[in-house]
Write a protein that binds this ligand. Structure first.
Ligand code: KG4
Ligand code: ZN
Length: 341
């Protein structure tokens, strides 16, 4: 069976072909980061317009890379929620049209379910596992018991981890998206914890990052660094500017790492028989966080998994096609009334 996956929930247009015998055959992506960078975040109208332009070439490219024709596809799997309504509607309308015109099956996929199983593509993760999903829109912990069988055990009460990176990067005058830039700055000062920002509540599984964001801002303002970084001071030396910025970024990243480890340790105490931990979503591209989580798992004597490449960490259609394939095996099809609501 061949599944074409389509993902357009935010600022990435993705199409992918998953073959139940061969696995992932293509995973094409057009990222709109360059279109949104000037605004410091995603502009919904720009995202929708770009999706309309890119959806046909990206789907064609996914079919071509997989060496298949549109008529070879058995199932069209598409992200239906959560996401930007305009962006979602474009992917869903297109997938519905293809399913109708080709007289093939249609499956709606929840974007978060896609992320949860993104680490299962091409590798066998033992169940039950804990999945830490950290992206620009979500930071959650799931208890995953089987394909399509998972339970939300912790969520963010406010900002997501990636969102905190992006917002603090903006304060630090670093380009959007901020996570990768923060990682670079932290690496330059060996991931040292200079300022020991507050780690938050130890006894709750839920995440909260908005206090951390405000804490960093107040800390900068109190020391006059906000003005240094925003270059409002008369003569901030280039070195002083870069050093302070690296120190803040590094302290922030170490703090987020500690929060992740604290929550994972608590989740392991609350849930027995956990066989593995998976770390997914855009933030899982961070090699420092990957290394620290891997060390933690080694210490706890459980397996650790991240998606097999960076494309599978961030928003992509491969994960949507993958969920589509096991839903198809369970015959969980949708009809043409499928909606984004
Ligand atoms: O999963 P994703 O591509 O899109 C959403 O569903 O949000 O995640 C994007 C997020 C952004 O907030 C970005 O700053 C963060 O992932 N990110 C990173 C890194 N690369 C991307 N965060 C930390 N370190 C990175 N290397
Ligand atoms: Zn996502």
């Amino acid at each position: 069976m061949k599944i074409l996956g389509i993902e357009s929930s935010c600022d990435e247009m993705g199409a992918s072909v998953y073959d139940t015998k061969k696995g992932l055959c293509s995973n094409e992506l057009f990222s709109q980061i360059d279109l949104h960078r000037a605004y410091g975040g995603v502009v919904p109208e720009i995202a929708s317009r770009s999706h309309m332009e890119k959806i046909i070439p990206i789907v064609e490219s996914a079919l071509h890379k997989a060496g298949v024709m549109l008529s070879d596809i058995d199932v069209f799997a598409v992200t239906t929620k959560p996401g930007l309504p305009g962006s979602l509607m474009i992917g869903l309308s297109f997938a519905k049209s293809l399913a109708y015109s080709e007289n093939k099956k249609l499956i709606g996929v929840n974007h978060l379910e896609g992320h949860i199983f993104s680490a299962c593509i091409g590798q066998d993760i033992p169940f039950p596992f804990l999945c830490l999903t950290a992206s620009g829109g979500h930071t959650s912990l799931y208890l995953v018991k089987g394909y399509g069988d998972f339970e939300l055990i912790a969520d963010t009460l406010d900002d997501a981890a990636g969102e905190a990176f992006d917002k603090i990067a903006y304060i630090l005058e670093l380009p959007y998206p901020g996570g990768k830039e923060i990682e670079k700055c932290a690496k330059a000062v060996d991931y040292e914890d200079f300022y020991k920002y507050t780690r938050g509540k130890k006894d709750s599984l839920d995440f909260s990052f908005s206090g951390l964001k405000t804490g960093v801002l107040y800390h900068m303002q109190k020391n006059g660094w906000y003005d240094v970084i925003k270059k409002k001071l008369n003569k901030p030396s280039e070195q002083e500017f870069l050093f302070i910025r690296n120190q803040i970024a590094s302290s922030l990243l170490v703090c987020v790492k500690d929060i992740f480890l604290m929550k994972l340790a608590l989740a392991l105490k609350k849930h027995s028989n956990i066989a593995a931990i998976a770390f997914v979503g855009g933030v899982s591209c961070n090699l420092y966080l990957q290394k620290e989580l891997r060390n933690f798992c080694e210490f706890k004597k459980i397996s650790f998994f991240v998606p097999r490449n960076f494309t599978l960490c961030t928003d992509n259609a491969g994960m949507i096609a993958f969920v589509g394939h096991y839903k198809a095996q369970q015959e969980q099809y949708d009809d043409l009334l499928l909606s984004i609501f």
